[in-house]
Design a protein around this ligand. Structure first.
Ligand SMILES: C[S@@+](CC[C@H](N)C(=O)[O-])C[C@H]1O[C@@H](n2cnc3c(N)ncnc32)[C@H](O)[C@@H]1O
Ligand SMILES: [Zn+2]
Length: 362
């Protein structure tokens, strides 16, 4: 992590919220500590893990962490439990390991390929047509335009995944912080934008790869990290940390823009999100949300209850979410009902989502 990010962080433990300090080591491998409750938050391979139960997080996310971090770099206090968890993962079915690499690879393609790169090797005229028509009209383009129009200078993105939006915002924002609960995604985003860890990022990325013709293996097309770093732009002050979007470890009221793209429908209680997003912005700041609203049935049932029974039958997901944001004092200023979001899977498969995107303001 960048140590300058520390002044914008706070302890994520509910009812604490005190400042954090670097208690041990350095910004590559170290330990942050809360100045109030003394809770500790490790930094592994430059990734600060600032979630309420950081040790529990490390055990659960062992698969992503072990790609970037050697065993002897895991804090001693949890190394035994970590190694046991790692052993259990190694015994799991191989498809599951491939699956997690693949998920990252799919997001990588969607975030970083441009219209031209996305067509390399594609022979299908139908797939090409979808790419040419829609690739540059997705949620990132919409957010880029809104951030430019509002002249927002400080942006935070929760659920940022592998971080592709930062490149799109670099022309306008001076400060960008990406937060996600996936260690693998944050480590990848840092490797792309912040080449500062003194670990062999190129070698790790060379193993990553993306799908092409699946006959050649699931991740046969290699990522050229050097070329990518030359192509992308980074806001002047950029960082990525691991955090939970329900309890983000961030000081309140600092940002001009708080952005969450395509994550609200992964939450157990979506109604938490407008409160969280609102808490992060200064008065007059903006809140941007987009999603394809692929709800789990239990979550949908809970959302229906937020409306009066007579109304809930005719109401759409987009209306409910705008309603919840409005009830939290966020005035909807711009709303696009259907933004195409192309999700590239491999040379013969493409998905297209239609996401609702809106900009609101306090
Ligand atoms: C569907 S992906 C979208 C990624 C990116 N925003 C985009 O639009 O391409 C959802 C992201 O939200 C993250 N996520 C889900 N639940 C989260 C949580 N509770 N806290 C932080 N991140 C979360 C996932 O790790 C994933 O990167
Ligand atoms: Zn604390």
């Amino acid at each position: 992590m960048q140590l300058s990010t520390l002044e914008r962080l706070q302890c994520p433990i509910p009812d604490c919220g005190e400042s954090l300090k670097l208690a041990q080591g350095d910004r590559h491998f170290g330990m942050l500590a809360c100045t109030g409750c003394s809770a500790e938050y490790p930094i592994l391979a430059g990734v600060a893990i600032v979630v309420p139960d950081a040790e529990g997080y490390i055990i659960v996310h062992v698969k992503g962490i072990s790609k970037w971090v050697r065993d002897d770099q895991i804090p001693k206090s949890i190394r035994k439990a970590y190694l046991a968890a790692k052993k259990a993962v190694e015994k799991e079915h191989i498809e599951e390991d491939l699956e997690s690499d693949r998920v990252n690879a799919l997001y990588f393609m969607t975030h970083y390929l441009n219209t031209k790169d996305a067509q390399v090797g594609v022979e299908s005229p139908e797939i090409k047509e979808i790419i040419v028509k829609n690739w540059d009209r997705g949620p990132f383009s919409v957010v880029q335009k809104w951030i430019e129009e509002t002249g927002s200078k400080k942006a935070v993105e929760l659920g940022c995944g592998v971080g592709g939006l930062a490149d799109r915002l670099a022309g306008t924002v001076q400060e960008y912080l990406g937060v996600d609960s996936s260690f693998a995604s944050i480590a990848l985003a840092r490797a792309i934008y912040i080449n500062d860890r003194g670990i062999n990022e190129e070698a790790i990325m060379a193993e990553q790869g993306i799908p092409a013709d699946l006959l050649q293996g699931p991740l046969s097309r290699k990522i050229n990290l050097k070329q990518l770093r030359e192509r992308i732009r980074a806001p002047k002050n950029i960082d990525f940390i691991v955090g939970d979007l329900e309890t983000p470890p961030l000081k309140k009221g600092h940002y001009d823009a708080s952005i969450v793209l395509n994550a609200i429908d992964m939450m157990g209680d979506p109604a938490v999100l407008p409160r969280v997003q609102k808490s992060l912005i200064r008065p007059g700041g903006i809140v941007i949300q987009s999603a394809p609203y692929i709800w789990h049935e239990q979550v949908a049932a809970q959302l229906r209850k937020k409306l009066t029974p007579s109304k809930s039958k005719d109401v759409t997901s987009a209306q409910v979410i705008e309603y919840i944001y409005s009830k939290n004092g966020l005035k909807i200023e711009k709303s696009l009902p259907h933004v195409p979001w192309v999700f590239f899977k491999h040379l013969r498969q493409i998905e297209i989502y239609s996401v609702h995107a809106f900009l609101s303001r306090i």
